[in-house]
Ligand binder design. Structure first.
Ligand code: ADP
Ligand code: MG
Length: 317
């Protein structure tokens, strides 16, 4: 299949907004209201590093777009479109293209997104890239640098299921958590709309590593309680029955695509109400503080408040 067939048959049906001119121009055009700004994020995925060709087009595409959406979720913005960088070669079958575009379509439909354009090349190894765009009220984005001394640290959902899915692709629950994450778009929007937070990050490198990113950007330290970190029932059962996996593996694992966010202590009750409203588990795991020596570090504490030795490097992508 040549590039033009691929674009016309598979990509054009995904580009239904006026902004993309039906993929008939060199460019797409995005209009903004005077009080809006654009929030942008890009992910680049390489064969055998970030995905295996055997995963198939459906899972590769879905995970790529969902994890990119998670970046936008951390800002609190409302996604509307994305650009696709696509490399192809003769190892790709018709079914791969079908599955790939089906995966994109499902995510588009769920999150109200449109394909705006992209570029297609030939290359020996496969690389995919998505650049995603969201809109937000000017100056309101949740940012890593905005945590405040004394703020409570919250995390959404459960930690470690995705890591367990990577280790054990035959368990359907964990497998699906790994390939089909739930970008917390609604949570980011609600935090922003209700003025509950000004700082969030999505977990791609691992809970400890990403919390450390907030600490560095905000010039603060964090202490979190191991016993307060939320694990799914499925992960708890596995921790209980398997000596091979520890809680520390789960919090260093990464690709949870949950949000870590900071809130003022006075807003904790509102967070409990929000959790019920949007039906997402929101758990307080600790707090930010200003270290005497102005270090930025993440302390993980056991039930007796002793520090647990950790490695905050997380997963190196
Ligand atoms: P150019 O050669 O000027 O870069 P192309 O012929 O590559 O333009 O692209 C033609 C149209 O198809 C453009 O609107 C472009 O955005 C779109 N397009 C090309 N590749 C992709 C892709 N992988 N995904 C989405 N749109 C694409
Ligand atoms: Mg081109």
């Amino acid at each position: 299949m040549n590039e033009f067939e691929l674009i016309n048959k598979f990509f054009k049906p995904l580009a239904t907004s006026k902004e993309s001119f039906g993929l008939t121009d060199d460019v797409a055009k995005i209009s903004l209201e005077p009080d809006e700004e654009l929030i942008i994020s890009k992910d680049l995925l390489a064969q055998d590093t970030h995905f295996l060709k055997e995963d198939g087009g459906y899972k590769i595409a879905k995970k790529a777009l969902l994890s990119n959406l998670s970046d936008l979720a951390s800002s609190g913005s409302t996604p509307f479109g994305y650009m696709l960088g696509f490399s192809k070669n003769d190892t790709l079958t018709h079914k791969f293209y079908e599955d790939f575009t089906q995966g994109l379509k499902e995510v588009q439909d769920e999150y109200d997104l449109k394909l705006l354009g992209g570029d297609t090349i030939r290359s020996k190894t496969l690389t995919f890239s998505i650049t995603i765009f969201g809109k937000i009220k000017k100056g309101s984005a949740l940012l890593r640098k905005n945590a405040k001394n004394g703020d409570s640290i919250y995390v959404s959902g459960y930690i470690g299921d995705s890591y367990l899915g990577l280790k054990n692709k035959t368990n359907k629950y964990f497998h699906d958590k790994h390939f089909f994450p739930s970008p917390r778009i609604k949570l980011g929007q609600e935090l922003l709309k209700n003025n509950l937070s000004s700082c969030a990050i999505d977990i791609s490198d691992g809970l400890l590593a990403d919390l450390n990113h907030i600490c560095i950007s905000s010039n603060l330290s964090a202490k979190i309680q191991l016993d307060d970190i939320p694990f799914s029932k499925e992960a708890q059962t596995l921790l209980y029955t398997s000596k091979k996996t520890s809680k520390l593996d789960l919090i260093a694992g990464g690709e949870d695509f949950e949000l870590i966010f900071s809130i003022n202590k006075d807003s904790e009750e509102q967070i409990n109400q929000l959790a019920k409203k949007i039906k997402i588990n929101l758990t307080k795991i600790g707090e930010f503080y200003l270290d005497k020596e102005a270090n930025t570090k993440v302390d993980l504490l056991d039930s007796k408040n002793n520090k647990i030795k950790t490695n905050t490097d997380g997963y190196i992508h």
